[in-house]
Design a binder for this molecule. Structure first.
Ligand code: GLC
Ligand code: GLC
Length: 648
């Protein structure tokens, strides 16, 4: 509906800011007018009843205009190029790596010198783990931010970041960083002022004078770190108040019922956009709205906030895609792509945490049925949005898929999860995995899993036992896991170190700021002497690196691997094998993955029922051609082998 006064209001903002409506800023103007009503509606849904609603709406409009004005010409041009491509981020050409700058190479300056290494691997998107100022010692790996606009000295300066950005740009590489939206550190200036008793800033957080409201919240909110940070509130003696701290006691939850908080954080988002960020990872969005009597996760208002952010970004800095880091149940994850009228108008990306954990499920059980059962949900992802696909990241592995899917596959959900936890923590008899349980909740017996890709796949144990056959098997498992996540649809994100087979690093146990958090076991310190071994023929590092490189090359070569909602799962003729078809124009790729330690037999009928144009299958992985046989004959897939067949 055309809203005259709203458009007039925006027009006058634009005039005040000397925006060239008819000339060079015309596209911005058009986008603003097109999205104005949506912005207004979303904002009103959240804040209509707030006493400052109108004044803050004015500030919101100004924030959008200022962000656009501050955007460099180079970035504006890049925005247009991306818009012209249409969904630039769905391409099969992009492969990412997530890394801690300090643990990877010391600081931002050194990182430019490592671009050669990354290019050699084929990585062209860097996710730099939190870089902004955070408390020394305990900072949750930088996810407790004290200043959203100042890089932490450990990493270097904003100028260093800008130089890196230029270098990335010159190499046509993309940049992804985080906005930690849900909380600030207790040392952020807002938190400090709140501590000193300033009411304005106390209202930036959830602060209470006694335990009554906190107790009420606690009665329905789960605990994120039950061992190291039980409960959801922390007592602050300086102001004699309780503050909500869902994560650690040094991470204060921001109060988004206050529109001022929203606008301040939107401004920070634009600050990152104007640094040249291509994908913004919105940390922990499931938590941003709290409500008594609920779990305070995945609430509808959290989605409204994300949609509002998306619309504002669309107007001012449209080249920046949004990734919502919602690691929640599959049904809930799906909603972060937007629902109803907002389908595909919320997050552009979400992590496919479901697929990730299901791959670990299949690897331990040699049974792919639970993974397959969950796909009907995952296939609902709307066109124009995408997954970040991954096997490991800096966090733990949660087994958050649905009980019903486990039970549908004939298992008892509780026993099944207990088996997986025992298997990966190495407590199950005969398990080659070396991981650990994380976030064990003594009340519910819930737990998640820590450990590096290599250690969980058995490499650590195999090396200690000097067992070549076991080393070989573990490498096959690593590649099987990576291949599936590279080809299943979405943007693959490698976790640094995994390309060179890093096993767990136990040195965190000697650091008081880390020892209580075993996620540090899988956040390695890169040793570049070790990484040189990627060049040593036959070395473990070399075998893993060169195979990963080959997988990336294949992905970039084959357009059917772009994420255009072009996946069909094969019907399960053998429970050990997961398979799907990826199609583009006249190209048809059959990808099959054997999760068992034995040869798997797959009837050739599997291919025929999907329609084939000839009887030839070329396996891009081992470069052999296979002939499709009679229905009663079989394709034999080796233990932990995968096939990337093109029907040629
Ligand atoms: C996200 C991060 C995790 C962090 C949490 C709190 O889940 O990935 O590492 O602990 O948010 O910021
Ligand atoms: C947040 C993340 C989840 C992680 C947890 C602790 O809840 O969403 O992935 O398990 O933090 O790391």
């Amino acid at each position: 509906m055309y809203n005259f006064s709203l458009h007039q209001r925006i027009n006058s903002e634009l005039q005040n800011a000397s925006i060239d409506f008819a000339g060079k800023d015309n596209l911005f103007y058009t986008r603003f007018m097109a999205d104005a009503a949506a912005i207004n509606n979303l904002y009103s849904n959240l804040y209509a009843d707030h006493p400052q609603a109108d004044a803050m709406f004015e500030t919101l409009l100004q924030t959008i205009v200022t962000a656009y004005k501050k955007r460099s010409d180079g970035l504006k041009q890049k925005d247009e190029e991306k818009l012209k491509k249409g969904f630039w981020f769905l391409s099969n050409n992009i492969v990412g790596m997530s890394l801690y700058v300090d643990r990877f190479c010391g600081n931002l300056k050194n990182l430019s010198g490592k671009l050669e290494y990354l290019k050699k691997l084929g990585v062209n998107l860097l996710h730099l783990m939190p870089l902004f100022e955070s408390p020394e010692g305990e900072s949750d790996g930088g996810y407790a931010v004290s200043d959203f606009r100042k890089t932490d000295e450990r990493f270097g300066t904003l100028d260093d970041l800008a130089t890196l950005e230029e270098n990335l740009n010159a190499e046509e590489m993309y940049l992804m960083i985080d906005i930690v939206l849900n909380h600030t550190s207790h040392q952020h200036k807002w938190a400090k002022k709140a501590k000193q008793g300033e009411a304005k800033y106390q209202d930036y957080f959830y602060m209470y004078s006694d335990r009554s409201t906190p107790d009420e919240f606690d009665s329905t909110m789960p605990e994120i770190f039950p061992e190291s940070a039980p409960g959801n509130f922390t007592y602050i003696p300086e102001c004699d108040k309780w503050v909500m701290t869902v994560f650690h006691n040094y991470q204060w939850d921001l109060n988004y019922t206050n529109p001022e908080v929203f606008v301040e954080m939107l401004d920070n988002i634009f600050f990152y956009a104007n640094l040249g960020v291509d994908i913004l990872r919105i940390d922990a969005p499931a938590f941003i709205w709290k409500q008594l009597g609920t779990t305070s996760q995945n609430l509808p208002q959290a989605h409204t906030i994300l949609q509002l952010i998306k619309q504002c970004v669309n107007v001012a800095t449209p080249g920046m895609a949004l990734l919502g880091e919602a690691i929640v149940s599959p049904q809930e994850i799906m909603k972060y792509f937007g629902t109803g009228l907002a389908v595909a108008k919320e997050c552009d990306f979400a992590y496919n945490a479901t697929q990730m954990s299901l791959q670990w499920d299949a690897l331990a059980t040699a049974d792919t049925r639970v993974m397959l059962a969950e796909q009907h949900e995952l296939l609902q992802k709307p066109y124009g949005t995408s997954w970040i696909t991954y096997t490991r990241c800096h966090d733990d592995i949660g087994l958050g898929y649905t009980d019903a899917m486990i039970e549908q596959s004939g298992y008892n959900a509780y026993d099944h999860r207990r088996f997986l936890k025992e298997y990966y923590s190495g407590n199950y008899y005969g398990s080659p995995a070396r991981g650990a349980l994380f976030g064990v909740n003594p009340k519910t017996q819930d737990a998640r899993i820590s450990g590096s890709l290599a250690s969980l796949c058995g490499l650590e144990k195999a090396i200690i036992e000097n067992n070549d056959a076991a080393v070989k098997t573990s490498i096959q498992k690593i590649l099987l896991m990576q291949a599936l996540s590279f080809f299943v649809g979405g943007l693959p994100m490698i976790f640094y170190g995994d390309e060179a087979g890093y096993t767990n690093d136990y040195s965190y146990l000697n650091d008081a700021g880390k020892s209580y958090d075993n996620r540090w076991m899988h956040r390695p310190l890169i040793n570049w002497e070790k990484n040189k071994r990627i060049e040593v023929e036959g070395a473990t590092e070399n075998r893993i690196f060169s195979a990963t490189q080959q997988l990336i090359n294949l992905r970039k070569k084959i357009t059917a691997f772009a994420d255009y909602k072009n996946i069909t799962w094969l019907s399960p003729h053998n429970i050990h094998v997961a398979g799907f078809v990826r199609e583009a124009e006249d190209q048809k790729m059959f990808c099959l993955f054997n999760f068992s330690d034995r040869e798997a037999f797959v009837t050739w009928y599997v291919f025929k029922e999907q329609g084939i144009k000839s009887y030839n299958l070329y396996n891009h992985w081992n470069k052999k051609t296979y002939t499709i046989g009679a229905d009663h004959e079989y394709l034999i897939i080796q233990p932990y082998e995968f096939c990337l067949f093109e029907n040629v």
